[in-house]
Design a protein. Sequence first.
Length: 278
Amino acid sequence: MANDDLKKKFEQAAEIAGSVPKELREAAFNRALDALLGPVTNPAAQKPPHRKTPAKSKKDSESHDVVAVLLRDLNRTGHPEVIAAPRVLERTLYVLRAAREDHEIDGLGASQIAKVLTDKFRITTSRRSVSRALDGAGGLVNRTKVSGAVIYRLMHPGDEYLEKGVFNIGRGNKKATKKVAMAKKKKKTAKKSAEKSGAGKKAPKSGRPGPGVMLKELAASGFFDQPRSIAVIQSHCQKQRAHNYALHDLSTPLRRAVHNGLLKRDQNEDGQYEYTAK
């Protein structure tokens, strides 16, 4: 059927061309045929489809959010040990601990740690240096692949390593070791001075109990009979006890409560720590 229609159009074109002078017939035939068949689309001349710029993946968005939180909220002056640390390894371990304890971010990638060290603590560090240091850290950290990226988490041996403050850095870094020791000593001295300056003064009756004391009171009252996250603890203290605590005020006392056997902690399905009475 299609061939018959095409043949008819050719005949019509030839008939039209026959009415013009001989020297113009070929051109007239082609023009008439084009008019009868209509425009023919040339695939090669078609404009390539517009390619949209791919939107940021969920992984990139989450990575950016985590770094943004740390750059905005991490207390730089509250962690002098990061700056005083002798090597990239110790600095990265301190950042992992600060992220976990102050902001409940349990695990970071090498590029994220490098950005926090560079932009927050003003210590220029590359992703390669961080990954090389952590890949050689043995059992101090745990390595997990998430969406193709390696995430490092500080483990209990890593916590103990930082608590001891005795870093295996060789003879060439004795000054760095001394620097770390001085930073720790300065921090303890400042704490003792603050405690001493408050000695002999009666605390006002309306004064807020320390976060460690508050945790003991909550444990004694049965509050930790059910798993409680740090955010739930903070909200309970504010709404039920009329005492406000920042998350970083509660994180270190909670870790000490776990070490002392007052509480135990486990991660829930969202990767957040929840605390219960032992």
